[in-house]
Design a protein. Structure first.
Length: 303
């Protein structure tokens, strides 16, 4: 082991993604499930982008939703095609470069989604709490700046993590007990000291998940206070309806994300970890466009 650890990490040529290989009888059913989810995800998110671009009245209020749909498309293409190929061919190997690229892209998109959801919560806060100033504060210039800030922040954080990740030495032909290259399963395959990368990753993860989550919670607390002050029941219902779609997406995303990274990292919880990972990496990108189209009256009319 020490001899391997002293070698250059480029000696590693591939990893093995174990995925759902411990359920051989379910491989055909899993393939159909993930293929269906992939097709629905692509169709739903592309449809939202087309609808918003086709209707100029949706450009400003739905600007962040277009960004989220683009992100979900990238999200699904980062994980699902490789997973579907493994179901068809039985080949679960992934090259070192491919694994690092998938990990970087995945970390980048998770960070962007956390920041985008926080920005969207701020957008809902202005719509409910400062409706008279909403048009001025959320003009196209500000929308572009906020969206660009989310993408740049996610990229910066994931870039810092991958720089440290590339310094880690891995055991040859290491097996990753997951269906994609995620941080914790990959670190278990390391032959070198991982203390520094774990500290750095924890700090970066806090910056791109905990801080946006707290910001989102604060926004909805202020929204809740503002809604309670509305005298009429109709007014309360209307104010709440403007936030219900986003609140549903935030709840689904963060609950599954927290469950994945808070579960004990032991063998007994590996199956649960994979299951909850499926929810926030595969299912959430599929249901997001459904939630927004079904609950948003302007989108329904355009459709």
């Amino acid at each position: 082991m020490s001899a391997i650890g002293k070698q250059n990490q480029t000696y590693i040529t591939e990893f093995i993604l174990l995925g759902f290989g411990n359920f051989p009888d379910l491989q055909p059913a899993l393939f159909v499930f993930f293929l269906t989810v992939y097709m629905v995800t692509m169709t739903g998110n592309i449809l939202i982008i087309v609808l918003v671009m086709a209707n100029q009245h949706l450009h400003t209020p739905m600007y962040f939703l277009v960004n989220l749909s683009c992100l979900e498309i990238c999200y699904s293409n980062t994980i699902l095609p490789r997973l579907l190929v493994s179901f068809l061919t039985g080949d679960r190997s992934i090259s070192y470069r491919g694994c690092m690229t998938q990990f970087f892209t995945f970390a980048f998109l998770v960070g962007v989604e956390c920041y985008l959801l926080a920005v969207m919560s701020y957008d809902r806060y202005l719509a409910v709490c400062k409706p008279l100033h909403y048009t001025t504060l959320m003009n196209p210039k500000h929308c572009i700046a906020l969206a660009a800030g989310a993408w740049i922040s996610g990229f910066t954080i994931s870039f810092i993590i991958i720089l440290f990740m590339l310094q880690i030495t891995f055991c040859d032909h290491s097996e990753i007990d997951h269906f994609f290259c995620d941080f914790t399963p990959m670190i278990k395959c390391a032959c070198s000291n991982t203390f520094l990368i774990e500290i750095v990753t924890s700090l970066m993860a806090a910056a791109c998940t905990v801080l946006p989550f707290l910001f989102t919670i604060t926004s909805y607390v202020l929204i809740g206070i503002a809604v309670l002050r509305i005298p009429s029941a109709t007014g309360k219902q209307k104010a709440f309806s403007t936030c219900s779609s986003h609140l549903t997406v935030v709840t689904l995303f963060y609950i599954t994300l927290i469950l994945v990274y808070m579960l004990p990292k032991t063998y007994n919880f590996t199956a649960f970890n994979k299951l909850f990972s499926v929810f926030y990496t595969v299912v959430t990108p599929m249901v997001n466009p459904l939630i927004y189209t079904l609950r948003n009256e302007k989108v329904r009319r355009t459709l």
